[in-house]
Design a binder for this molecule. Structure first.
Ligand code: 6CM
Length: 259
């Protein structure tokens, strides 16, 4: 009957929940798979990652990569913060309405299309950095719960969430003139770990630890001086991670836990 439209039987005879799909679903799922491989960061210095800064639990790594003369250094950060859940972290990173509360590098920000309740296509411009031209980007942003993350060591996460941002095209983009289009592949992966209270009491914010992996592959799309770009990245990514995680802790401190 009609009420069963969202369920079908696959050839193996198992009932499978049909996921909502859109034209970018396949690309999204493929990227999520690739990003989740990063969860195995047991040896972060392996694979050519060079640590560029450290601040408490936060470590930021990059690989130097020049493509067609453009600085495209992949960046990876690992962090761990208390008092918040993975879903809360990902929610505030994804949710368009709060973007301006924590994202300091953006000028114009527009949602061009909403594909489902956790997927939008966004256009934004970034603040200009002298002497380079201003950058803009147009990207899909989606927040997804990960049901079976690859396991790492003997720590078992309570839950795993990812936000995946990647460049797409869109007919309704109305680009700010003079901007050079940057291409981005960004992911924020968060996992909640819970330490149960010894007295058997309820789970409070003090029981929560959220492990974070943030990865950004940005192609600046046109010339920008290497030294300027690299020093901006080195300063701005840790700044973003500190500002954003503090923001989420602040926003959620009096709210019920969101899993
Ligand atoms: O991931 C971050 N923000 C997301 C939402 O805005 C999104 C954005 C990715 C930004 C990619 C950078 C594009 C080119 C930037 C040019 C230089 C701008 C720096 C201006 C400094 C005043 O995934 C957090 C992004 C943190 C960026 C440092």
């Amino acid at each position: 009957g009609d009420e069963e439209d969202d369920i079908f039987f696959d050839p193996e005879g198992e009932v499978v929940e049909q996921k909502v799909t859109h034209e970018h679903s396949e690309a999204l799922n493929q990227r999520i798979k690739e990003h989740l491989a990063l969860l195995d960061h047991s040896d972060p210095d392996a694979n050519g990652w060079e640590q560029i800064t450290e601040d408490g639990e936060m470590k930021v790594y990059r690989k130097e990569l020049v493509q067609d003369g453009l600085i495209c250094d992949p960046l990876k950060a690992v962090h761990s913060v208390g008092l918040v859940t993975a879903k809360e972290m990902c929610h505030y990173f994804w949710f368009p309405d709060v973007r301006r509360d924590w994202e300091e590098t953006v000028d114009v920000f527009d949602v061009l299309e909403t594909l489902d309740e956790a997927t939008t296509i966004n256009y934004q411009t970034h603040k200009q950095v002298w002497p380079a031209a201003q950058r803009d980007c147009l990207y899909l942003s989606s927040m997804v719960k990960v049901d079976n993350p690859p396991s790492v060591g003997d720590k078992i996460p309570h839950d795993t969430w990812i936000v995946c941002n990647f460049s797409v095209d869109h007919p309704e983009a109305n680009p700010v003139s003079g901007c050079v289009r940057a291409l981005i592949e960004v992911a924020l992966i968060c996992q909640t770990f819970i330490t149960l209270p010894k007295d058997g009491g309820p789970i409070t914010r003090d029981c929560l630890q959220c492990d974070i992996i943030y990865v950004a592959n940005v192609n600046p799309g046109g010339w920008a001086p290497a030294s300027v770009l690299r020093s901006i990245y080195k300063r701005e990514y840790p700044k973003f991670l500190n500002r954003f995680t503090n923001y989420v802790q602040q926003k959620t401190k009096d709210l019920k836990l969101l899993f």
